[in-house]
Design a protein around this ligand. Structure first.
Ligand code: SF4
Ligand code: SF4
Length: 192
């Protein structure tokens, strides 16, 4: 498994910090049937299909493998779309009962969506709206919804801490380069 410089207590502190914010001051899942959880109100099956979440290196420490709401698997990072420095296994989890989950246990990927960290060509860490080709539509992205300032600031602060881990920094750099190649420099939502 990939080794992380981020301790369990740091992840726990980041989780608690992000527990206090939401992207918008209403339940955006009602707009789309919680599409990013791999379900929808009209097609709810309780199974997330192929959709799932990669945990960041070391993030598994805040989860108990015995918890019955996640289905765990391990992927060899070299076989998936990760930086070359990611030499080892990564955890991939699926939510068995999506969109229901223990809110205080949501992984980082759920907590900062639809924003993502990005390095500008000058190496500045900024937050941008997720612009990957997703298998669903997110009204907060497509409609360019106004996001809560508290959420924007908190996600930036969280990622500023997370990129202290060299592997996570490599991932953000890798994704930033890919984003630039695919569509040019994205619009900056927040400068950290
Ligand atoms: S973040 Fe987007 S896709 Fe996910 S529940 Fe909210 S509006 Fe839907
Ligand atoms: S952890 Fe919760 S918010 Fe995240 S994908 Fe699973 S059900 Fe959705």
């Amino acid at each position: 498994m990939l080794r992380s410089a981020i301790k369990k207590r740091t992840y726990e502190a980041i989780y608690r910090f992000l527990d206090k914010v939401s992207p918008v001051p209403y339940d955006c899942g009602a707009l789309c049937g919680a599409a990013c959880c791999g379900t929808s109100e009209t097609e709810f099956t309780g199974d997330t299909g192929d959709m799932g979440i990669y945990l960041l290196p070391g993030e598994d420490a805040v989860h108990d493998r015995a918890d019955d709401w996640l289905r765990w698997s391990e992927h060899d990072a070299s076989e998936y779309d990760f930086p070359a420095s990611w030499d080892g296994k990564v955890y991939f989890v699926k939510c068995k009962d999506a969109p229901r989950c223990p809110r205080d246990k949501r992984p980082i990927q759920c907590r900062t969506f639809p924003l993502e960290p990005h390095f500008t060509p000058e190496g500045e860490l900024v937050m941008v709206r997720c612009d990957w080709d997703l298998p669903y539509s997110c009204p907060l992205i497509d409609g360019e919804a106004k996001l809560s300032p508290d959420f924007i600031k908190a996600t930036g602060t969280a990622w500023k801490h997370l990129i202290r881990d060299p592997l996570i920094r490599d991932l953000v750099q890798y994704d930033s380069d890919k984003r630039r190649e695919a569509g040019g420099e994205p619009e900056v939502i927040y400068r950290i």
